[in-house]
Design a protein around this ligand. Sequence first.
Ligand code: UGA
Length: 460
Amino acid sequence: MKIAVAGTGYVGLITGVCLAEMGHDVVCTDIREDKVLLLKSGCAPIYEPGINPMLKKNLDAGRLHFTIDSEFAYKDADIIFIAVGTPENPDGTANLDHVYEAAYTIGLCLNKDSIICTKSTVPVGTNEQIMEIINSVKPVHINTQSVSTPEFLREGSAIYDFFHGDRIIIGTESEEAALLLEQVFLPLKIPIVKTDIRSAEMIKYASNAFLATKISFINEIAAICDKVGANIEEVAYGIGKDRRIGPQFLQAGIGYGGSCFPKDTKALVQIAGNVEHQFELLEAVIKVNNRQQACAVKKAKELFDSIEGMRVAVLGLAFKPDTDDIREAASLTIVKTLLAEGASVIAYDPVAVPNARSVFGNVIEFTADIQTAISGAELVIIATEWDHIKHLPLEKYVQLMRNPVIIDGRNCYSLKDVSKHPITYVSIGRPSHIEEHAQTRSNSAKEGWYDETFTSILPD
Ligand code: UGA
């Protein structure tokens, strides 16, 4: 099948590469020439495990093309996927400019009957607008049909998710289009759910809103666990065993981030508001998440009188492991709050440093080496549960910090392991392990215990 994909962002790129991997002839188009050139050379502009080898393989096989030439992309396509971004407007609504621009260009370039599938996350009713735009400029003899095929890929495991998703949603009023799309996705052996366009559009928002709700719910329970001395991990395990609840998305932490949940939850509140329904539950989910992103520094301030002048290592900048994406990451809130409190910050991430540098410039120090970050730090805050962090032996903190204090925003370490070390350890919804030294730390920091002598004895 000849397939065109509009937009080479996360969703567009993964969709294009994976459809080519399935044997289709795919042309991906983007308005950014620099991105297209990079992709043509076999390099993905994003960090995503497995993407580069698959990209190269399909470029070499001649099944995958990248272009800024929209006419080349769309003129022969049987199916066109719209996968451009729908960023957030200042009022929380989804910005549909890119979607409508893509629709207009598609309409102008159509040369044969085509099925237009929207993968971008768009409010209910948008696909009708898209078709109105396309139909207003396309040649009259050409037929188009509209399908909403929302995407459920997770960053960091997007390729796996493409081939092993839980369901594929095909929302269309056209039986012919549904059949063709079914043909495309049938080899994946993923359950296909056929529905109408508006329901498909809603399924996407409702899925993300529900997952965000699960996260804020468990974070609320964690906050209560903190106060009553229960352990959120035991609680999550216990409730997750109920098949009606399920074990996934019950990991308490410093809140959800990324380019989807924060944006989509706000957009759904707006969508509801537009039809005069106040989505109070989702408003609370968002509020809880904002509070949660701030809770790591709050916990540090409960531990010390002041963190002014402290050297703080933030471990993890990406909004989750296996991505270099820092959009709406809790780490951003943490670093900004630390700076506002007068702390000096060194931030570690194995892949997201270049992205974070573009936000913070030289205001903080960066390193891609975890031990460099910890060396001489007076406080460590863990913001992302990278394996590099989870697998770092606790002895390293003891060796590299004078009086180790860790605020673990992602519950990376077992409490049993921590209790064997002279480490003050505060996590989310689990009993804390406080060493005496933590109480006097802020004073010693002001006295300047961390000096050249100490740095010089640090192991490599
Ligand atoms: C999310 C959805 O999971 C995908 O199904 C969807 O396709 C995608 O948004 C999208 O709309 O494009 P993603 O944002 O890549 O995917 O990442 P998730 O794995 O869902 O994690 C989102 C955030 O929730 C992360 O910050 C993560 O740390 C946090 N999280 C996740 C928790 O705090 N606890 C959990 O138990 C799970």
